[in-house]
Design a protein around this ligand. Structure first.
Ligand code: NDP
Ligand code: 8X3
Length: 242
């Protein structure tokens, strides 16, 4: 299937790579995020099939107005890739982190994803056609020290996705989870509030890390399946020792 896809968190990393992969596969892509300059650069690189739109998934109003802010010919969304996420303040023992940071991880990675689904999925159900791909994580299967709220958010994404898939079975709306292992993106730099040196050292110590394009290829493949096939979960791990 190809058609119109909306990607959250398309301004960098996995989301940007997915926008590129989907445009290459023939999709029109609504690329969303808060950094509009990065979205504009993506539009320059990918051309007319790429529609940039500011969206803060943690902001109720931003999501509530999402559909009305789309161009009239770009409202019938066939595929939704819920990718926006962060771990700002993470890699920190639970008691040493702030409730503000822990809350923001849940507000973005879980509540934001739920909110965007609630805005987009009813249209898919009405049209009996659609595919939701939620970006989970290997950390949604096994937690780690310092990752309490990040893991909580990704375990929740997994449970939400599995239940949603069952909610909509037989309606024409498919629901999948793509769960990456460690992937070299801006994620670590964002987590450490712009500390590029610390982020580079983190990824340099993980030579086998996946590339954002590896995940993008997987999302494109999940979306390319014929209507009668649902990829429920796809977990990607580095082959070597990251
Ligand atoms: P990046 O930091 O490169 O990208 C994160 C994206 O999320 C950015 O485009 C950012 O856009 C967006 N984002 C963050 N907060 C918000 C918000 N409130 N509203 C809208 N967009 C937001 O990291 P990745 O590409 O690695 O992360 C993408 C997804 O992949 C995340 O869900 C992450 O948990 C998941 N993941 C990452 C792994 C990794 O090792 N990197 C492994 C497993 C899963 P902007 O700042 O412009 O809003
Ligand atoms: C996993 C991201 O950096 O915590 O989703 O390993 S990281």
């Amino acid at each position: 299937m190809t058609g119109l896809a909306l990607i959250t968190g398309a301004s960098s990393g996995i989301g940007a790579a997915t926008a590129e992969a989907l445009v290459e596969a023939g999709w029109r892509v609504i690329a969303t995020g808060r950094r509009v300059d990065s979205l504009a650069a993506l539009r320059d690189a990918l051309g007319e099939p790429l529609i940039p739109l500011r969206l803060d998934v943690a902001d109720e109003r931003s999501v509530a107005t999402l559909v009305e802010r789309l161009p009239g010919d770009a409202r019938l969304i066939d595929a939704l890739v819920n990718n926006a996420g962060h771990d700002v303040g993470g890699r920190m023992r639970f008691d040493q982190g702030t409730l503000e940071d822990w809350g923001s991880i849940i507000a973005t990675n879980l509540t934001g994803l739920v909110r965007v689904c609630h805005a987009i999925v009813p249209g898919m159900v009405a049209r009996k056609r659609g595919h939701v791909v939620n970006i989970g994580s290997v950390v949604g299967r096994q937690g780690y020290a310092g990752g309490a709220l990040y893991a909580a958010s990704k375990f929740a994404v997994r449970g939400f996705t599995e239940s949603l898939r069952k909610d909509f079975k037989g309606t024409g709306v498919r629901v999948s989870e793509v769960a990456p292992g460690l992937t070299r993106t801006e994620f670590a730099e964002t987590r450490w509030r712009g500390d590029a040196q610390r982020a580079a050292a983190f990824y340099d110590g993980a030579k086998g890390a996946l590339d954002a394009r590896d995940i993008a290829r997987a999302v494109a493949w999940v979306l390319a399946q014929p209507d009668h096939v649902t990829i429920s979960e796809l977990v990607l791990e580095p082959s070597g020792d990251p």
